[in-house]
Write a protein that binds this ligand. Structure first.
Ligand code: NAD
Ligand code: GDD
Length: 325
């Protein structure tokens, strides 16, 4: 039986990945600074460890065949644009120590969760954006803080592969969403934030949307994400690969689709003073498809039909709790 470590198993993607690996028959150790928020982890053992610290990384990676490194100080554009120093410092400590500890403990395969935030801003200035290919990453001009750290951690994976012979695999996630993800508190990304705002809104009322609503993104459903992580890890391809959807929508279209799923009439109030990130971003998955045969199975509408009810139920439960107090 293969032994996997999921670092960041208390978080959104890590928690879903634990479930996926268990279904595949793995023995799984989950590690995080916190337990999963919404349901118990199905990992065989769960360690509460702060992976910024060297000794904890050594303990976490001991006796492990495959490491899935998803632990990070992370959030949506509101969070990452306001915390450059803290995010870059925390994540560089986690990634440097996790790579070296994995190497020292003889880990056979190391997966690293990078981000579309490594792509240069000069390629993402138009809403009608050309889908990003892996080679577009250079010359570098990534997102401040979070994006620079992710890009350097990608390079570290490359160096450990080239100099030390450790098999490293890297995926660049493009905005992943789904049930059991963060939907409030400041770290939530656009799909979850919009689901929450619509769930809280009365029919025919108004919600606030950041920016003019014409900025574009593609959004990847969580089940497609964990399948892609697994295929990339098992592949022979050592360089970074996009893992995203190619279904480009404006943020206003995302709101319209979510309102339709919620069966509510919603008016939008645009707030231009809020963080907006790049103007347009889309994934080009052709390399990943060629290497692994992966393509997303869930359209955005299908993913929202699974995500909105989960967030709406949480919002309703919170309202009931407040009503009881
Ligand atoms: P998440 O915040 O839900 O999960 C990250 C987990 O890392 C959290 O549970 C957090 O507690 C844990 N963590 C943070 N600091 C830690 C520390 N010092 N020690 C141990 N654990 C620590 O985020 P997610 O959406 O599940 O993201 C997982 C990975 O994918 C991250 O590396 C993130 O940067 C990357 N990523 C995610 C997206 C996305 O759209 N969700 C996009 C690009 C990249
Ligand atoms: N978070 C959020 N909340 N975004 C909103 C909201 C809202 O209420 N309303 C509109 N938006 C807009 C933002 O202004 C931005 O233009 C767009 O929706 C997408 O925002 P996010 O989902 O927060 O982030 P992002 O796509 O710019 O970047 C995210 O994805 C990267 C990978 O593709 C971040 O989560 C990064 O950390 C991640 O690496």
């Amino acid at each position: 039986m293969k032994r996997a470590l999921v670092a960041g198993a208390g978080g959104f993607i890590g928690h879903h990945l634990v479930n996926f690996l268990k279904q595949k028959g793995y023995w799984v150790r989950g590690v995080d600074i916190k337990e999963p928020e919404f349901e118990k982890s199905r990992s065989d053992e769960f360690y509460l460890l702060d992976l910024r610290y060297w000794g904890n990384c050594l303990e976490a990676t001991k006796g492990i065949d495959e490491v899935y490194q998803l632990a990070a100080d992370m959030g949506g554009i509101g969070y990452i644009s306001g915390n450059h120093a803290e995010i870059a410092k925390n994540n560089i400590l986690i990634n440097t120590h996790m790579l070296e500890a994995s190497y020292q403990n003889g880990v056979k395969r190391y997966f690293y969760s990078s981000s579309a935030c490594i792509y240069p801003s000069y390629r993402q200035q138009s809403a009608d954006v050309i889908p990003l290919k892996e080679e577009d990453a250079m010359p570098a001009d990534p997102e401040e803080g979070y994006g620079w750290e992710k890009l350097f951690a990608e390079k570290l994976c490359q160096y450990y592969q080239e100099d030390k012979g450790m098999e490293t695999r890297v995926a660049r996630f493009h905005n992943v969403y789904g049930p059991l993800g963060t939907y409030k508190g400041g770290r939530e990304k656009a799909p979850a934030a919009i689901c929450r705002k619509i769930a809280l809104a009365e029919d025919s009322s108004e919600i606030e949307i950041w920016g003019d609503g014409k900025q574009t993104r593609s959004f990847l459903y969580i089940q497609d994400c964990v399948e892609g992580i697994y295929l990339i890890t098992q592949s022979d391809y050592p360089k970074p690969l996009n893992l995203g959807s190619e279904e480009l929508v404006t943020i206003d279209q995302l709101v319209e689709m979510t309102a339709k799923v919620a069966n509510k009439n919603i008016r939008i109030r645009h707030n231009l003073s809020k963080p907006q990130g790049v103007r347009g971003r889309n994934s080009d998955n052709s390399k990943l498809y060629k290497i692994t045969g992966w393509m997303p199975k869930f359209s955005l509408l299908e993913g929202l039909k699974l995500t909105y009810p989960w967030i709406a139920e949480r919002v309703a439960q919170e309202r009931n709790m407040q009503g009881c107090q």
